[in-house]
Structures are given as C-alpha cells and as structure tokens.
Design a protein around this ligand. Structure first.
Ligand code: ZN
Ligand code: ZN
Length: 444
C-alpha cells in the first residue's frame, strides 16, 4: 500500500466512529424520504408472463413504493387483446384464476372461445387506478425502447415521456442510442413534468455496449450497472471488463475527456417471469433503486432520479447516505441485519491517473468480429479505502476525479440469478467531481 493509501485508511478510521449524524432518514409515508422502486420490468403487453396489474401487485406487496412497468417499444395505452393460446406467450388458466382471485371475478375481460379465446390487457391508467395508493404505492409510465444496430443490441428506458416511441437504428451503436435519446429529449422539451432515461444492460447479451460508448454518450445520465437477471455479464470475462470497471472507465473518460458528469448507477430486475421463480428466470425483486424524493409521486421520484438522489441495490439498504460538500466527506451507514457482515469500499480515480490504454485482442464470436475493448491502467477505479463494518466515511483529499461508495454483504440474495452476483450489495453515486467540470479560473 502506498503512503497515500495508508493515510486514506487512517482518515477513514478516524471518521468511522459511531454517532456521527446517524439519524435514520427513512420514511415510507407521504413526505420526503427514501422510496424503493423498480424502473425496468415487463408484462403481457410485451414479453412478460403476467397481467400488468398483477405484476404491479407483486411489487406493491413486496415493500416497493413505486414501479415503472417498461414494456418493449410501447406504452400501455388503447385496446389490447392477447391470445390466451398464443404459441410464444400462452396464458395458462391458473394465471387468469390468480388475477380473478386478487381483483374479483370480473377482473379479467375475455372474448372469443376455444383456441380463439382472448383476454384484454388493462391500460396504464386502468392499472394505476387499481394499484396506486396515496403515500403507499405509485405507478410511473415507462417504455423500454429497444432494437438492433446491425449485430448490436441497443436498449434504453424512457420514463414519463409523452408518447410511445419507435426504435430507430443509426450508423453505429453510439449514434443509435443518440437518435433515440434525442427523440425522448424532444418530447421532454414540450412537457412540464420531468422525464428520465437510463441506458440498459450494456453487456447483455455479449458486451454490445463498450465503456467508451458509455463515456461518449453524455446525453444519458444513468445506466444499468446491475440488471439483476441472468445473462447480464456483470463480471465480464477474460476479454471484457466487469460492469463495475466499465463504470469507472466511463466516469474517468467523461470527466477528463468529455467534460461531462459521471454516470449514475441503476439496479433493476428486468422481470419477465412472475409464474416460476428460479435462477435462470428473469424474476422480480432482485435489483432496485432507493430514491430520496420530496414525496411519493411520479414527478417527485422522476425529478429525484434526474438529480441523482438515489442509490442502486440488490438487497442492502442504507440507513444514511450523505455527502458533506463543505468537508468533502462521503458518509454511508447500512441498515445492518443481524449476523450479516458488510464491507464498504470507497472507489475513485486520482486526477493524476495514468491515462495509457491498449487494445485487447477480442476473439470473434460465432465467426463475427466483436466490439473493441481497451485495457486501462489500475489507477482507474482504484480502491481508495476499505472498511469492514456497517458504516464508514471518506474524506476526499481533493485529488480524486470522483469517489463512489459500494457496500458488499455476505448475505445471499433471496433468489439470486444464475451466473451473476449471489450476494446483496449497494452502489452509491459518484461525488466530488463537480470542480473538474468548472471553468479552470473558478476551480478551487
Ligand atoms: Zn432490454
Ligand atoms: Zn427489459
């Protein structure tokens, strides 16, 4: 460990004493507080296996405060009938029965019979009228805009925009994201309510979006660091960086080369499967965000999301999260569970980092060339301090481009996805980066 490293750990130990501003900041009522929600999941309106009101009910009955159902390339509007015997997406009798049991015998409207039997899917407004409850649970209208640019998957979520958007492809991955982001921004410009966007699962299905893409796409502020379903390739492989490392690479390049704020990390579950819970199914409940909003309402949640006042989680909940700008100190305290061990890491890139990079020789997949990958120095995304325990603080030296905190626990997720992380974690957003984007003359 370097002399600076030793000093940083010492600073953390000093600050890591109990009783510093440990007031709980939790509230699930109607006022300012932390609200648990998911911004990415699907229903029968696209390729999910559940009625939208039942999907929403799952979240509501599992301690969530808000849900943005984000079916593929549509908003849940207008008359929509679904074939019960659809070859790809049949609706089994118990699925219909379960919905009727929960919402009453007339809850599922049908037409036709036999092989032609259809069920009507409730619109967003209808679902909201059924499940939304003041100070308890809100629905937020959203859409996953997705398609391909050649071989590459391009997926993003728009939240609270005006009208459904068709996916548009352009010359390359970055331009394809851009043209769709522009379409959302055009709608947002004529609305008075806040509109949010996040870029989805960059490494699914096979590393289609690179760290350099994430850096260059400064139009988007948030991305899915953790799409907690199988196949998200969170940990990378021999040729590709993990998503955590891609986040640090992108943040470093954003601040230094693109003069742009770092990315905000989102966790979601991208749920498609509500009937069978298993490691290889895309089940609800695995990844979520905790948003600190003025009140529990769609506009307030979306505005707080855009302000970056949230953290990403797969189970770890924070009792305190505070960045004291004056003292340049980031403080994190976990709502600790009995018998669970926590490690808090403060990660960042020093301003005098080694910017060298070299290309990685990525082998073709299925005979096709892959997206370029670069290897960067270990200066990027350095562990600046590590604390074993449920609370810690880090005082920035002023020489970090940004610092972020991550909490890892040894508690197994209730239903971990196959091949991905199995333990509960939480990721806080980068702090301390603003001064590097200020004009040099005004830099402290
Ligand atoms: Zn997707
Ligand atoms: Zn999705």
């Amino acid at each position: 460990m370097s002399g600076i490293g030793r000093l940083l750990v010492f600073v953390v130990m000093i600050l890591n004493c109990p009783g510093i501003g440990a007031a709980a900041d939790h509230e699930s009522g109607g006022g300012r507080g932390w609200y648990k929600g998911n911004t990415h999941c699907h229903s029968l309106w696209s390729d999910g296996d559940e009625f939208p009101e039942m999907a929403a009910e799952w979240y509501k009955s599992h301690g969530y405060h808000f849900l943005a159902l984000s079916d593929h390339n549509l908003l849940m509007r207008g008359q929509r009938w679904h074939n019960v015997h659809d070859r790809d997406q049949p609706v089994a009798p118990p699925v219909i029965e379960k919905c009727r049991q929960r919402f009453g015998p007339s809850a599922v409207e049908t037409r036709g019979e036999g092989q032609q039997l259809q069920v009507r899917l409730k619109t967003f407004e209808e679902v909201r009228a059924i499940v939304q409850e003041p100070a308890k649970f809100v629905m937020i209208e959203a859409q996953e805009i997705n398609g391909k640019c050649g071989e590459w998957q391009v997926h993003l979520n728009a939240i609270q925009h005006a009208d459904p958007l068709d996916f548009q492809a352009a010359g390359d991955v970055v331009e394809s994201f851009r043209v769709n982001l522009r379409a959302v921004a055009d709608q947002a410009a004529r609305l008075t309510r806040p509109v949010a966007v996040h870029l989805n699962h960059p490494s699914w299905p096979h590393y289609h979006v690179t760290a350099e893409d994430l850096a260059e796409l400064t139009e988007v502020r948030a991305f899915e660091l953790c799409n907690a379903s199988q196949g998200a390739n969170r940990f990378g492989d021999a040729h590709h960086p993990s998503l955590d490392r891609m986040w640090d690479i992108a943040n470093t390049l954003r601040i230094t080369e693109h003069k742009s704020p770092p990315l905000l990390a989102v966790a979601s579950d991208d749920a498609h499967h509500y009937q069978q819970f298993a490691p290889e199914k895309a089940n609800p409940g695995r990844g979520f965000i905790m948003v600190r909003a003025e009140r529990l309402a769609a506009d307030a949640i979306t505005a707080a999301f855009n302000a970056g006042d949230f953290y990403a989680s797969t189970g770890v909940v924070l009792r305190e999260l505070h960045y004291d700008r004056k003292n340049a100190t980031l403080r994190v305290a976990v709502e600790a569970q009995a018998g669970v061990n926590y490690t808090i890491e403060f990660i960042g890139t020093p301003a005098d980092f080694d910017p060298s990079r070299s290309p990685v020789d990525v082998p073709p997949k299925d005979g096709k060339p892959q997206r370029p990958v670069f290897r960067y120095s270990d200066d990027i995304g350095k562990v600046l301090a590590r604390v074993e325990g449920a609370e810690a603080s880090y005082r920035l030296s002023g020489k970090e481009l940004y610092v972020r905190a991550v909490v890892r626990s040894d508690r197994r997720m209730a239903n971990p996805p196959a091949g991905e992380s199995q333990v509960e974690e939480a990721w806080c957003q980068p702090v301390g980066w603003e001064k590097w984007l200020a004009p040099p003359a005004t830099r402290p």
